[in-house]
Design a protein around this ligand. Structure first.
Ligand code: HEC
Length: 145
């Protein structure tokens, strides 16, 4: 390749990469807001669940458990590659790049939350007490401050 062609190819590659990256950022902006809203919903359900568990309010307990189960199902699809703070910055997301380096562990943590939530949705009071641990065990590895 002569020198001029090489420069042209490089410029073209930069343009393609550049537009590619901003398209990814745009597509991710929505999903990040959605997953953060979903996490907030999980947090709200977790609080209500604790209250219900103290009061032995089985109807409320089951309902909150079910909310966390359905949230867990949706959350798995809300972490597309390239949507961590390493790409988008900590002002946008607290998701660590480790999520995609160790996707299987991330899914396992999500699954662990879902399993406990399923028990809670079936009225298991003991499971309700270990709900909070499933949050921390994922946040410790995959969420930055
Ligand atoms: C499989 C991993 C995982 C599990 C399990 C998990 N979280 Fe999270 N959570 C995250 C990650 C990653 C973020 C950062 C999301 C972002 O900013 O992109 C987060 C963010 C949050 C936030 C902040 C949302 C915001 O407004 O930005 C709250 C609140 C939260 N989680 C609560 C909980 C609670 C409560 C539980 C347990 C019932 C839980 N999470 C379980 C991974 C997890």
């Amino acid at each position: 390749m002569d020198c001029l062609k090489q420069i042209q190819a490089t410029v073209l590659a930069i343009i393609i990469l550049g537009t590619g990256a901003s398209a990814i950022q745009l597509a991710n902006a929505n999903v990040i807001e959605e997953r953060q809203a979903k996490m907030k919903m999980v947090a709200k359900a977790n609080k209500a669940l604790k209250k219900a568990s103290k009061a032995s309010d089985m109807v409320a307990l089951k309902k909150q458990g079910a909310i966390i189960v359905s949230s867990a199902n949706k959350l798995a699809e809300m972490f597309p590659k390239g949507s961590g703070y390493d790409t988008l910055g900590k002002k946008v997301t607290h998701s660590k790049p480790e999520i995609w380096m160790d996707w299987n562990t991330f899914l396992k943590k999500l699954e662990a939350m879902k399993n406990v939530a399923e028990k809670v949705a079936n009225g298991d009071l003991t499971a309700a007490q270990s709900m909070g641990k499933t949050c921390g065990s994922c946040h410790r590895l995959f969420r930055s401050k």
